[in-house]
Design a protein around this ligand. Structure first.
Ligand SMILES: [Zn+2]
Length: 140
């Protein structure tokens, strides 16, 4: 019969008991700072602060060309972002904020229940609608 001898860990002999090699200090990670270099970034960051508004704006970005949105942001004032309305945008407002908006309405105002951002929908012509979105819901 063979007696099993406990095998000492390989490094136990070299390092004194109770002393462990010092833990490597974790390198301080660079803080993730949202890049807000352009007006476009500022607008995107402002939507990111609210889950519902962020959902809406992400959906809007899927529906429209990035170039078009950049142009719309550039042409907007400090208070309102002028976006294009459409049946799809109405649907997006519905899924984002849970309020059914019928397409035959000429004007519609909506307020985000979470951040109180205002949305003004205005049908200007059969094939052209305007959606004004408040840029900074904190400003009243
Ligand atoms: Zn919101």
């Amino acid at each position: 019969m063979r007696e099993e001898q406990p095998v000492p860990p390989a490094n136990e002999a070299s390092s004194p008991k109770g002393k462990r090699p010092p833990l490597k200090k974790k390198k301080a990670r660079p803080k993730v700072v949202a890049a807000a270099n352009t007006i476009f970034d500022l607008v995107i960051n402002s939507f990111a602060a609210c889950a519902r508004c962020s959902y809406f704006f992400t959906g809007y970005r899927v529906l429209h060309e990035e170039e078009q949105i950049q142009q719309q942001i550039a042409q907007s004032g400090d208070t309102w972002l002028k976006l294009t309305g459409s049946y799809q945008v109405l649907n997006l407002l519905h899924t984002s904020f849970g309020r059914e908006i019928t397409a035959d309405l000429v004007k519609y105002q909506l307020c985000c229940p979470d951040c109180l951002r205002l949305f003004n929908y205005e049908a200007q012509a059969p094939d052209h609608s305007l959606l004004l979105v408040q840029l900074d819901p904190q400003k009243r």
